[in-house]
Structures are given as structure tokens and as C-alpha cells.
Write a protein that binds this ligand. Structure first.
Ligand SMILES: [Cu+2]
Length: 70
């Protein structure tokens, strides 16, 4: 497991942050998502042999949010 930090654009409220968290945590290889709403950051803990940077960015992007590795 490893944890990566991403800056997320377009995340404005608790609804956004919980949507992002739920969406990512549907992936069984993602163990935990911690959201810092006011810093526009997420911290994703995942199994790096099954999940990569692109998977995380694409998943978040599906709801119209733009994630970039911090
Ligand atoms: Cu929102």
C-alpha cells in the first residue's frame, strides 16, 4: 500500500468530497480516501500493484473533477 496526494479542481462542498470518496473507494484496490475539502486535496491509499496514477485521475475525472498529483 502507498498513499499519494492529489490536488483536485472543482471540489466545492461536502457533496463533492463524499462523491469523490465513494467513487474511488468502489475500487477494491483503493483502501482509503481522505479528503481535505478546504485545501482541495485528497490523499489516496491504494495497492500500487493494481492501481496507478492514471486510474485515480480518470476515476475522479468521470464526475468532472480534475485531479493532479501533488
Ligand atoms: Cu459540491
Amino acid at each position: 500500500m502507498t498513499t499519494s496526494e492529489y490536488n483536485v479542481r472543482g471540489m466545492h462542498c461536502v457533496g463533492c468530497s463524499s462523491a469523490i470518496k465513494k467513487l474511488l473507494e468502489k475500487n477494491k484496490h483503493i483502501q482509503e480516501v481522505r479528503v481535505e475539502l478546504y485545501e482541495s486535496k485528497i490523499f489516496v491509499t491504494y495497492d500500487e500493484s493494481n492501481v496507478d496514477h492514471d486510474t485515480i485521475v480518470t476515476t475522479v475525472g468521470r464526475f468532472g473533477y480534475q485531479a493532479a498529483k501533488a
